[in-house]
Design a protein around this ligand. Sequence first.
Ligand code: CP
Ligand code: NVA
Length: 325
Amino acid sequence: LINSAVAFKKYYKSISIPEAGKLEGAIFEKGDASVSDEVKRKSLEHKTIALMFSKRSTRTRVASETAVQSLGGHPMFLGSADIQLGVNESLYDTARVVSSMVDGIMARVGHHSEVETLAANSSVPVINALSHLYHPTQILADLQALLELRQPFTTDLSSLQGLTISWVGDSNNILNEMMVTYPRLGVNLQIATPKGYDLDQEVLDRANEGIKQEGGTGKIIHTHSPEEAVKGADVVTTDTWISMGQEEETARRLKDFAGYQVTKELLARGGANKDAIFMHCLPRHEYEVNDEVFYGDKSVVFQEAENRKWTIMAIFDAYFGKWKV
Ligand code: CP
Ligand code: NVA
């Protein structure tokens, strides 16, 4: 998927930026079969992809709609006010009906079991566009951004080995996705969450299983001290303290997360690397990270956001474009 995402980014950047010469590495090489295949194939031609979103979205929606369009297909956005899903019709019935008419489904749901039910009963592949437990397409885009820190357009995941990523924030879907992804690739995760916001044991088990299976060398360290978590960090990352659906807990959460705002002072106090990069999946609020860090010269947040498109193109191409009945 990373190879393909990088190929898409290279190609689209090279044709959309007039001074292509400036993007030496961005022009895809002749004879590179994987690249020219990705580029030439309108792999979703004559295909319709249902985008079933039961929660708000800016990045995932825009990335998915434009990704389908760029691959020659038709994106069909189905918000919760548009279809019967969950209100007047079961997930089972919805999965059977929608999948009988489309070539792929991307679904943003509440509880993770909802996307699993859709996948189990759909006759076409179903991609998780965010559940309460995981957000896989986000971390794929983040991986592309992390690789770009090593070298533009590299696809060498082994170049990430030994990197230390610090998380200061909630125990949520974004953190969970990082836990099951990064350590298997040899990336260390140093996590700080407030007391009462512990790591999900099932996710931790899955992360450890992945490390074992793939011989990953990354370590997961968990603490309740933001300073301890950022010590020696190459990358510092966080997310909102109030995920979608948790709005009623706002007052309590703002209190519980006191001291967790990512600031230059916190990074200096804890001993993060001087050149530590800042990442955030967005949408962002000032309480979890101040403007100085969020808009600072070490922040790659908009690069991450843009990479949502290239990585979602790669996913759709792989799962919907090549998929055969
Ligand atoms: N990062 C992300 O998934 O953003 P949206 O909720 O806007 O899609
Ligand atoms: N944790 C956030 C991520 C948004 C992309 C949420 O679930 O709302």
